[in-house]
Design a protein around this ligand. Structure first.
Ligand code: RIB
Length: 272
């Protein structure tokens, strides 16, 4: 469950500093949103995925709905929001680094209280939707994997109810790792670490690639990790699979532009 956004992406030689204007290339409209990206990534890897998301009643919402379906994801819209469909304004520099501003729009109206979450083996969520949705998912899911991105303070009880919390290095700084049964911290090009109650139990490094665009790489990691978690992989194996999928996702522009297949991930894992 989570956000679906229209990503408006512009490439520029370097990201602007505060107060600075830089000239970039042509704007591209791409499918995005952490929820939609993670759903699409898991589906491409072979998972059966339903996305619970809120779209606006506008052209962007219809375009995104069709895009989600084309990724093999079943889209359920528990609410049809009167607000505009979510949008993200993204700049990507020559090194593939990015900065993003999200206008949540309809995502802020997501409400899954009418959906039986116990129907799903695992629920994967992120923080581009309201706190109440996350608390609801933590209370009613068989297993909630929560990607705490973008970071914001959360009720500690919600966090401790998660099967797994996934954070990047920055996001993990505000977490009490010892209080979490399982926390996976992603380290960008250095891979990822799995902590159980604050103790490192597994670590994996990704293959060396030259990134074209890192937007959505973390989302592909989350989709891939959650699939392997659902299948019962040991932490080390799930991490190795997910960091490889995340690295492969950086090889083409767009958050959903280079979603790897299971065969591609396994081929790279065997080479490693
Ligand atoms: O994680 C990348 C995503 O963050 C983008 O697709 C954008 O929509 C924002 O949600």
């Amino acid at each position: 469950m989570g956000s679906a956004n229209v990503d408006l992406v512009v490439r520029c030689a370097r990201l602007p500093r505060p107060g600075e204007t830089v000239i970039g290339g042509d704007v591209a409209r791409l499918a995005g949103g952490k929820g939609a990206n993670q759903a699409a990534a898991a589906a491409r890897l072979g998972a059966r995925v339903t996305l619970l998301a809120a779209l606006g009643d506008d052209e962007s919402g219809r375009w995104l709905g069709a895009s989600v379906a084309s990724q093999g994801v079943e889209l359920v819209q528990p609410v049809r929001s009167p607000r505009p469909t979510g949008a993200a304004f993204i700049t990507v520099d020559d090194h593939g680094e990015n900065s993003i501003v999200v206008a949540p729009g309809a995502n802020a109206d997501l409400d899954v209280s009418g959906v039986d979450l116990a129907d799903f083996d695992v629920v994967l969520a992120q923080l581009e939707v309201p706190d109440a949705v996350i608390a609801d998912a933590a209370a009613r899911s068989a297993a909630l994997v929560l990607n705490v991105a973008p970071a914001r303070p959360l009720d500690p009880e919600v966090l401790t109810r998660c099967a797994v919390v996934i954070a990047n290095e920055l996001e993990s700084a505000s977490l009490d790792l010892a209080a979490l049964a399982h926390c996976v911290v992603t380290l960008g090009a250095r891979g990822a670490v799995h902590y159980a109650h604050g103790v490192e139990v597994a670590r994996a490094a990704p293959p060396a690639v030259t990134p074209v665009d890192t937007v959505g790489a973390g989302d592909v990691f989350c989709g891939a990790y959650t699939l392997r978690y659902a299948l019962g992989d040991a932490p080390e194996r799930a991490l190795a699979y997910a960091v490889t999928a995340g690295a492969l996702a950086t090889l083409a522009p767009g958050a959903q532009g280079a979603l790897p297949t299971d065969t591609e991930v396994r081929t790279w894992l065997e080479r490693a």
